[in-house]
Design a protein around this ligand. Structure first.
Ligand code: AR6
Length: 200
């Protein structure tokens, strides 16, 4: 089975460093289409139409027409929800999970936070339902959707460490990789990983 750790050493060597919290939550900086895990999570739009940023990178790696065809079976996706397609041949991953993050224009609210966490929860639930054990997330909503980097890193690290410790399905997930792309996200996550790592 393709797990994150089988492939990550090579990727660390080529692209950067990683930190590991709880033995399961890994921070990695790089291109999500270059990682070999069971599932990668795309920051999509509600039409599942493809776009820029990580969505564009995933559509390019998958072959836009192929992935579009698979996405057409859903009538879009609501904010905070997630849908699943095949991996479309990307690095032999099994599936792509597409989730839609909140758009933060103006003041950050509790609703934005709830919707962001819902993206991560819905994606993990889909991974469990589909018997996927390793999953890589991009930093959902922190690009064009404008979610503040630091607030996202804090909320997401808090949620994922709690989920991996307490959720009834936690044993089905072997590794969660948080993929940062911009240095600002890497720095924010490193700070919270250091805080959380000190607790375990
Ligand atoms: N690998 C990993 N992360 C990446 C990559 C990559 N190849 N490319 C960008 N990121 P964004 P959003 C990071 O804007 O804010 C699309 O057009 C990026 O640095 O891709 O949720 C969709 O169609 C940032 O941290 O997604 C939607 O319309 C993170 O991915 C809209 O953008 C998310 O940035 C969604 O906006």
């Amino acid at each position: 089975m393709a797990t994150a750790l089988e492939e990550l050493p090579t990727l660390f060597h080529k692209y950067g460093v990683a930190k590991n919290v709880l033995g399961k939550l890994i921070l990695w900086n790089g291109d999500i289409t270059r990682i070999k895990v069971d599932a990668i999570v795309n920051a999509a739009n509600s039409r599942l139409a493809g776009g820029g940023g990580v969505d564009g990178a995933i559509h390019r790696a998958a072959g836009h027409a192929t992935l579009q065809e698979e996405c057409r079976k859903y009538s879009g996706c609501k904010v905070g929800k997630a849908v699943i397609t095949s991996g479309c041949g990307i690095n032999h991953i099994k599936n792509i999970i597409h989730t839609v993050g909140p758009q933060v224009y103006g003041k950050l609210s509790e609703k934005h936070r709830d919707d962001l966490i819902s993206c991560y929860r819905s994606s993990l639930e889909l991974a469990v339902e589909n018997k996927l054990s390793s999953i890589a997330f991009c930093c959902i909503s922190t690009g064009v959707y404008g979610y503040p980097h630091n607030a996202a890193a804090e909320a997401v690290t808090d949620f994922l460490t709690n989920w991996l410790e307490n959720d009834q399905n936690k044993d089905q997930i072997s590794h969660v990789v948080l993929v940062t792309f911009m240095p600002v996200d890497q720095q924010c996550y490193e700070k919270y990983f250091d805080e959380f790592a000190a607790k375990f």
